[in-house]
Ligand binder design. Structure first.
Ligand SMILES: C[S@@+](CC[C@H](N)C(=O)[O-])C[C@H]1O[C@@H](n2cnc3c(N)ncnc32)[C@H](O)[C@@H]1O
Length: 303
């Protein structure tokens, strides 16, 4: 096992999304035809655009001062539709302001959509199968389905699965082979191992804390090693041989006190051989060279 120099993965492939500015704990974004101001705890620096640009945003999410980073509410400066359609590459999907601060997509993830798509397009043999855990908006599931994979999408929230299915319709992928499963991620993965199922790719974007539909608790800092190990088992062609692991794995983590190295070295204990990358995902600013860091990641694919 070798320590990796961190890599910065920059999501610079958007036309419908632009980070216009950030600073003073906030960010100013262009999302389709609308402008938003949202809290951004990483943006300790000063903004560079004039205050008038920030003041002209269509909506502002005012965070509350408690411990929960996502809490707060929207203030609309003009009337906006409830939702609108955006595209990434040739994938159409629905964006809307959610009560949890975000706009129903996480633009920095496009760096992993490309990675998964590249793997799947180069795949030879039977139709590849991808497992997307904590799948929420379903955008990673849809990218993989579009690239020819059968997809199993797991999320503990029925409502979140409903939004992902809306995106399936928006993308025109109504007939794509996607299983939408409402379950606790770790429980589901253990069940798949018992059933002898195997996958060619696993994507996981776990929250710091979450609950399964039957009240199961997910705590990233204690449960992640077990989940990573179980994902590794699902990628083995021979269930009894750790060295037979084949495919790809993408793990991302937000807003925890973990270094990318903690994530990478934990994952590297489970997977042998292959190509590793680990570091931070970032968004580029419009017209300025500084990057906005968003999450840590570790990803692997077999050679
Ligand atoms: C950080 S979001 C994932 C975002 C996703 N990568 C995307 O691009 O849309 C975390 C998701 O995990 C789900 N979740 C929380 N606890 C869970 C659990 N124990 N099992 C499965 N899903 C869970 C939440 O409902 C939420 O949709």
């Amino acid at each position: 096992m070798t320590a990796h120099a961190p890599e910065l993965l920059i999501a610079d492939d958007w036309r419908d999304y632009r980070l216009l500015d950030s600073g003073n704990g906030g960010k100013l974004e262009q999302v389709g035809p609308y402008r938003f101001v949202r809290p951004e705890p990483q943006a300790l620096w000063a903004p560079v655009r004039p205050a008038a640009d920030w003041d002209s945003a269509d909506a502002v999410f005012a965070g509350s001062s408690g411990d929960d980073e996502d809490a707060g509410r929207w203030r609309f400066n003009r009337e906006l539709p409830q939702s609108w359609t955006l595209t990434w590459d040739d994938l159409a999907f629905v964006s809307r302001p959610t009560p949890f601060r975000h706009l129903a997509f996480f633009p920095e993830h496009s760096v992993h959509w490309r990675y998964a798509r590249e793997y799947l397009k180069a795949h030879r043999g039977p139709q590849p199968e991808v497992l997307n855990l904590f799948g929420y908006t379903g955008l990673a599931s849809l990218v993989c389905a579009k690239a020819g994979a059968k997809v199993t999408h797991v999320d503990a929230s029925k409502k979140a699965i409903g939004f992902a299915r809306d995106n399936q319709q928006a993308a025109g992928l109504g007939d794509a082979p996607i299983r939408w499963i409402c379950d606790d991620a770790l429980t589901f993965v253990k069940r798949e191992i018992r059933r002898g199922r195997r996958y060619d790719g696993v994507i996981l974007d776990p929250p710091k804390f979450g609950r399964g539909p039957d009240g199961e608790t997910w705590r990233l800092e204690t449960d992640l090693p077990e989940l990573l190990d179980a994902c590794q088992t699902l990628l083995r062609s021979d269930p009894n041989d750790r060295a037979s692991v084949k495919g790809f794995m993408i793990a991302t983590v937000y807003a925890v006190r973990l270094s990318y190295l903690a994530l990478a070295q934990t994952a590297q204990q489970m997977f042998s051989g292959g190509d590793w990358q680990a570091g931070e995902m970032c968004l580029p600013h419009d017209g300025r060279s500084e990057l906005l860091p968003t999450a840590i990641f570790a990803r692997w694919r077999s050679q």
